[in-house]
Design a protein around this ligand. Sequence first.
Ligand SMILES: Nc1ncnc2c1ncn2[C@@H]1O[C@H](COP(=O)(O)OS(=O)(=O)O)[C@@H](OP(=O)(O)O)[C@H]1O
Length: 808
Amino acid sequence: MANGPARRPSRTGGSSPASASPGALAPLWRQAPRSRLVRTILVALCWAGVVIAVQRQPVPWEKVLEPLEGLASSVAMPAMSAKDWGIIASPSSVEEGGMSASRTDDVSADNLQSNNMASVKVLLTLEASALEAYLDDPAHKDWIRASLDDAGLLPKVSELGIDVARVMRRPDYVITNETMDSNLRTRGRDVLDEVASLVFQSAGASSHGNIASNDLRPVVLDAPSLILLVPFLLEALEKRVGSASNVQVLIAADEGMNTAFRAALTHALEHVFPFFVDEDRIDNVCLERKQQSTAWARPTCEFKNWMVTRISLPAGHDCLPCTIVETRVLQRASLWAALIPSLARLPENVRIVKARVLEPRLRDEDGQAPPGRKPLIGNVDFGMSALFAQTDSPVTRPLWQRSLIVHKRLAEEVAEILFLAQKSVGFSEPILDKVALCPGMERFIDAGSCWPKERGVSAKDRGPSNRMKQVNVAVVSCLPQLIIAGVQKAGTAEMGIWLDENTNFRRQDGGMETHYFDCTGRGAGKDRPSCRHFRDKRMKEIGQAVKDDRRVGTVRNIFAWNETAHESRSWYLYATLGHLNFAQMLERRLVFDKSPAYFDLAHPMDVMRVMPHVKIVFILRNPVDRFHSSYFQMCVRNLASVNSRCSEAKLSHKLERMLSRRQDPIQSAQSEAGILGEHDVEDVELYRALRVGHYAEHLARWQRAFSDHQILVLFAETFRSAPDATLRAVEEFASRPIGALQPMDEAVKDLEPFKYSPVRASNGYWVVNNRSKAFHPSHKSLMRRETRAMLEAYYSPWNRRLTSLLRR
Ligand SMILES: Nc1ncnc2c1ncn2[C@@H]1O[C@H](COP(=O)(O)OS(=O)(=O)O)[C@@H](OP(=O)(O)O)[C@H]1O
């Protein structure tokens, strides 16, 4: 535990915190206490040569897809032999890396011929735009029209739920997301099989001949659909033609932009790699790492043009993910590691290429992104590129060569990630060779990390003379260096006011309690009405505020690995709670969050995995007084309807009843019944208020997650009597390197000492401005003597535990 006022004796009320010790605790608090018809029509459609565009269907994986590994292993791969079969190419993959013929040219027979793709009969592309280009070709258009008219298929198309009225630029041939989606939901695998039939029947009909452009059957699918479909496609092909050798399968995957794909990744992850959703296990990895190393090598992240994140774990083979950044990157990498073998079990001629342009194309010679074009791929969305880099088939070689440079770099990064991931997911052979590990500049995501908006001012504008101009021009989002994480009703508001007065400190979120970690993640307070408000309203606003902020978007990619709309793991939002303008950042370098509900309601490891080196301050107060204050606050705020019943007599009566059911407070607190024993809402609240005072219980959880150097325990009683010295201790704690764990943070070097100017309020408290709660007391009555005695007895064992915990 950090040396602070708690450690040095303060026998008198007026003594300095700098001279308090654990031994001083006892005198403070003596006592402690989830058709056939259709098939026929589809076959007819195929034979008639209808081009059906299935545009970006979000596959309801949760209904259709069993765990990926199960699916892949259940499909027997055919022996391939028919040379003139071809499947699939995404024309836009030609464009990859900045070279390109136009999309329309790409899908022409000539272009395919010239690219050794003459045998390609089926175009399976992930890109709607490629299909559009294909459909715009007059030759294709006429053929499609004629086919449809001849077959008289339009009504049947409607029967199938194909919305002939809704088309992008060719309204007749789009299966809408909704209809396909609902078909998939109700008939699942049958529909997939139909789509496979659709693709292959037509190809089978014209086999052994030279390809004509109208033999192409584009089916636009999104990446998860395609990955899902590949086994079915080959199965279907085998059934129909008996063999299918030399089928060139190029899957162009457009994973980066597709939210459904992201969702599918997450879903698959949950099935394929339980490790990565086993929070406790990840926690343990973090903790073990911390225990094994006195100087815990901080995992490093590099932002390269802020688009590519690299990650390097501590050297050696024992590295496992731990922090939120590591787990985020490794989760993605390991999913691909899982998909690769399942696809690799397919014939070797199945290749995956990346369908979309990458960030380098989007920049001009000066490295500037053209206006209006945003990078399509976030900083960790590069999984497919490594596969592309490995492609060496005659079909893909020209493409590969042309985009070699771009992809090599990305491939190296993916190789690196996969290498790191493979051990975690149990592969014994390297998936790819390990390439250099994370050289160069390093940037960390940790306590105090800030992300400036693009509109930021240039460095030379930051001189002191024009500082004022920069106010309100640029904004940064920061994670706090310091959290006043407890306890409620111990003067934390006052502490926040004092610190905010100090020009070295800046409070997150305009002085509000962020309630981030008690209302998100594994926070035990998540279901409280106040947290619902936090999630439903506040975070939505914040999300909107950062939507156009690309840098924050980058941060979001890192943090939001398990993000869903309502179940927020959107760690990045936490950073955005700390908006500062540059002037504030320059002048107030230490950002702090004051959310005292964290003490008993947040999961400390959630905090630690986002900000491994954050510093935490707890202000403890005699639990008896704290409880009393808490009771009356409950009455006034949360239980307004029963306000009239709040009185010293009522409190005494309730406590008597509640405590009589708990002979051994420690035992009962440790059992679920400790809380669940209460059914009445008011009683539940009351018991929570009581339990906050089990300081040793909660502090031990925080001590498990953070080093002693990161925790400072203060006492309300000392803060009240010697505020200036107490604040000095906080300043010193905030600016001190965390033992051997962390080098001096630039943000806290050379802080100007701040001089507070407190005045004495009428109730005797020292205050620095009129926001102080000293002017707004939550209660006026004095605790009854018998209530105090009851509470002192109750808290006695907890206080003894606390004393020994602090003495360690
Ligand atoms: N400087 C100082 N030192 C110690 N205690 C102080 C100080 N200033 C205020 N108080 C008392 O703390 C109680 C309010 O605590 P918090 O500000 O932590 O409340 S909250 O959790 O933010 O709601 C509240 O206690 P009660 O008056 O007993 O309700 C305040 O009076």
